[in-house]
Ligand binder design. Structure first.
Ligand code: FPP
Length: 251
């Protein structure tokens, strides 16, 4: 539960249930920059700054896991210059923001296929993971070169291989086994599935983001471009989440 004054007219605090795991599709960086007559990459830079601020807000509110879609398996088709710029962001992020996040007890993790990442990108993320591995606060989970279908394909291959190696019987494969083989198997057991998915900038789709894990997530779409998404916008999403009645297939 988290209590805050919401809106200028609010005189009393309202008590809200804070989602344990929030996943964000940080969309609209390019359009944000274009609107300001700036190159698209400036939108990504502003997006990184927004990520730092939102991570701290989420941490203050008591969110346990924040998974952010930073680069998809489909994003490689963007112009080389833009891909290079995004791939350098973790390096900048490490120097500029990780010390502050570390001081705030944030633990950094990542999901996705990291075999294709440039060495400097991977190195920065691994250093961030290593530095923050003993922290006990919010887990900031970067989805980098992540694709949901790719994740499921890899999981199927590993499960089949382990069954062939007689580690278990095919008949024993259940939902829990599959969840263990997904990238999100690296997250604490009851925190793997997002309670709330937020997508910024007006598009209403999930774009190959966590297809297994979002089966019962509440979905929230806002027209705000990611670089403009802030603590107030996060609170509004959480207020809307509280209006939903999650039934998980029951009544
Ligand atoms: C989508 O907006 C955004 C991305 C593909 C990149 C998101 C990356 C960040 C916010 C920075 C993350 C920080 C680190 C440290 C990795 P878009 O470019 O598709 O926007 P558009 O739809 O307006 O073109």
């Amino acid at each position: 539960m988290f209590s805050f004054g919401f809106g200028k007219k609010q005189t009393e605090d309202i008590v809200l249930e804070v989602p344990k795991h929030i996943a964000i599709i940080m969309d609209g960086n390019g359009r944000w920059a274009k609107k300001r007559m700036q190159p698209r990459i400036m939108g990504h830079k502003a997006g990184m700054d927004a990520l730092q601020a939102v991570t701290k807000s989420a941490s203050d509110m008591g969110v346990k896991v924040l998974t952010v879609y930073a680069f998809s398996t489909e994003n490689w088709s963007r112009p080389e210059k833009e891909v290079k710029f995004i791939m350098n962001l973790p390096v900048e992020f490490y120097d500029k923001y990780v010390p502050d996040l570390h001081a705030n007890n944030v633990k950094i993790q990542m999901i996705g296929d990291h075999t294709r990442l440039p060495e400097a990108t991977l190195n920065a993320l691994q250093k961030a993971e290593e530095k923050t591995k003993n922290n006990t606060g919010l887990i900031l989970n970067f989805a980098l070169n992540y694709g949901g279908r790719d994740e499921l394909t890899r999981a199927v291959k590993s499960i089949v291989q382990d069954a062939l190696d007689a580690k278990f019987n095919p008949g024993d494969i259940d939902e829990a086994v599959i969840a263990d083989y997904l990238y999100t198997g690296s997250l604490p057991d009851r925190l793997r599935d997002p309670d709330l998915v937020i997508r910024t900038s007006g598009e209403i789709r999930l774009s190959n983001f966590l297809p297994w894990q979002t089966a019962y997530s509440e979905l929230y779409f806002t027209d705000i471009a990611w670089p403009d998404f802030d603590e107030q916008a996060l609170k509004e999403a959480i207020v809307e989440y509280n209006r939903r009645h999650r039934r998980f297939g029951g009544i």
